[in-house]
Ligand binder design. Sequence first.
Ligand code: FMN
Length: 192
Amino acid sequence: MPTEPGSVNTLIVYASVKGYTQRMAEAHAEGVSAAGGHPTLKTCEEVSKEDLAACDALILGTPIHMGGMDWRMKRFVDTVCAPLWQKGVMTGKAGGVFASGGGYGDAGGGIELCMLGMFSNLAQLGVVMVPLPPETPGFAHGGTAWGPYVRSQAASKAYLAPDELPLTASRSHGRNIATLAECLRQQRIFAH
Ligand SMILES: Cc1cc2nc3c(=O)[nH]c(=O)nc-3n(C[C@H](O)[C@H](O)[C@H](O)COP(=O)(O)O)c2cc1C
């Protein structure tokens, strides 16, 4: 487990069926690395309670399904996160969320509800949530106040090519979360 300053361990947990959310997870990892942190990428199926205990920051990413999170993310929340509730394992660590959706109708297809749902899950664990400020580079084409959003489908419902995805905001979000995690770890503002 990293303990030296500048090597905070940021755990990025994601679900992805077609690879769009995975690409966002990788962009967050790039941002964590740019901040001098250590990113760990795990799918909802791979991640364990030990991974959560070892991290300094936790980032959750999901595709939007029927206006909410993917069932794999919900299972992870209920089976891996919930047993840690009120144990202080995650309290005072940094965290954030991101999501990908088809976005049919230009209104985000449930994006804000989906991300707020994960916000609530992390708040239950005592995680200090990082928003995505509107001045973040790339926000205009990949941002909500709750976290980065990638729209994977055009108005025709055709899937966009991965290299067309706006991922700048995802890199910034990863960098911000890792940076805050370093500050929180040094300050220990939450007493257990
Ligand atoms: C069962 C199902 C339900 C979906 N529901 C929504 C939805 O409510 N809103 C939306 O914007 N996109 C919806 N989508 C589209 C996906 O969220 C979108 O294609 C996403 O970018 C896929 O991400 P992934 O490649 O990480 O799986 C849905 C897709 C599936 C398979």
